[in-house]
Design a protein around this ligand. Structure first.
Ligand code: V47
Ligand code: SF4
Length: 370
């Protein structure tokens, strides 16, 4: 006898039955979810899946972001972070500056460096290898989650090695996993319109496939709230789900709400809080083979991230420390949260805080206080 979940939209009833039976939802059912006026019914379905997978846990980690350079040749319409080569406001850190940031500006108990940057036209491949090797030698306890699929695609062209050998060389130098950035929206015409000068959907997915084959875990994102339709959002989730069926290498999906300030593309409002929750819930329901859904507090805002823990999300990301991509585009959240801040947000939301490492191993609080 299925457990009744509180829904009032009759259109959700057959979907509820499938969710309770653990059956896969189809594109058309995703569209029903996207349109239902019953936001709480949708949330209850997503929460059911979230609790079936992760109970009442809400994961978080102690990490630091490092952006080695914002110089980028891609010129994506939605990016406030990047600068063209030679343009005012561009920066490229030396390796010593990167090592100093890792040495001096990591919170106590830090377990992860999240390292990403623009598509720099002429930093040599050796810079990236030396960065990883230097970080690994100095901070062997830190997991290096670095370089989005778009950067790897760029490095593969720059080095002439191809994607697989590029990933192998990076892994030999210390790469621990790939972050999920650069996925944006896979729909070909829209991707062409907003970020046509970087890896296309096929290339993004191929980098992750190869990374998984090379035994690296990775994350996936979707940028939403700009020009995309629900049809395109669901198509994006389905392409991720299909790859995950084949490789099982994705850990977390992170929906990224569009931040609207200082962009080439203008006049867009970005998603409402209700859209944020709806996208979170639909993602949890469609991505039935993803272990985790992350409510990235930097871009969602702290309040929405808390509520999202009841709409499918089971992770808040981490302490972050220094963030440029969202904040240069107008994110109004703090630069950093402490461990205590994250725990308080989670407890206040009625969930159980669980400190994790990048690969979702649980870390006891006492061992994190080094
Ligand atoms: O790749 C760029 C996106 C990404 C905007 O893997 C924007 O654990 C919103 O990928 N509005 C970087 N988003 C962030 C990212 C990420 C963050 C936290 C955790 C993980 C993970 C990954 O932000 C970029 C791009 O897709 N982005 N501009 C903007 N205006
Ligand atoms: Fe460059 Fe990434 Fe910004 Fe696009 S989103 S312009 S690839 S830094």
């Amino acid at each position: 006898m299925p457990v009744p979940l509180p829904i009032f939209d009759p259109a959700l009833a057959p979907i509820r039955d499938k969710v309770l039976a653990g059956e896969r939802l189809l594109h058309a059912e995703g569209l029903v979810l996207s349109q239902t006026p019953d936001l709480f019914g949708l949330g209850a379905l997503a929460n059911h899946v979230r609790e079936r997978r992760n109970g009442d846990k809400a994961f978080f980690n102690i990490n630091r972001h490092i952006n080695y350079s914002n110089v980028c040749v891609a010129g994506c319409e939605f990016c406030a972070f990047s600068r063209r080569p030679g343009e005012d406001g561009g920066w490229t850190h030396t390796l010593d500056e990167i090592f100093r940031k890792a040495a001096e500006e990591c919170p106590p108990g830090c377990a992860e460096l999240h390292v990403v940057g623009g598509l720099h036209p002429d930093l040599p491949f050796q810079y990236y290898l030396d960065m990883l090797a230097g970080l690994r030698a100095r901070f062997p306890h830190l997991h290096l989650k670095a370089f989005s699929a778009v950067e790897i695609d760029h490095l593969a062209r720059l080095s002439g090695l191809g994607v697989r050998d590029t990933i192998r060389r990076l892994k030999e130098s210390g790469l621990g996993s790939l972050p999920g950035g650069g996925a944006e929206i896979f729909s070909e015409p829209l991707r062409q319109r907003i970020c046509g000068h970087k890896a296309d959907a096929r290339a993004w997915l191929e980098v992750h496939r190869i990374a998984h084959e090379e035994e690296l875990k990775s994350n996936a994102t979707m940028l939403y709230g700009h020009l995309e339709s629900w049809d395109e959002r669901i198509d994006h989730l389905e392409r991720l789900r299909a790859l995950q069926d084949q490789t099982g290498g994705f850990q977390a999906f992170i929906p990224l709400p569009f931040q609207t300030e200082n962009l080439r593309i203008q006049g867009l409002k970005g998603p409402s809080g209700l859209t944020d929750l709806r996208v979170m819930a639909v993602s949890r329901l469609l991505l039935d083979n993803f272990p985790h859904i992350k409510a990235y507090w930097v871009m969602l805002g702290l309040k929405t991230a808390q509520v999202a823990l009841w709409f499918g999300a089971d992770d808040l990301d981490g302490t972050v420390v220094e963030e440029a991509i969202g904040h240069m585009a107008g994110a109004s959240t703090p630069q950093a949260l402490t461990l205590a801040d994250l725990e308080r947000l989670i407890v206040e939301a009625g969930r159980r805080p669980v400190l994790r490492d990048t690969l979702y191993n649980e870390i006891s609080r006492s061992s994190s206080r080094r």
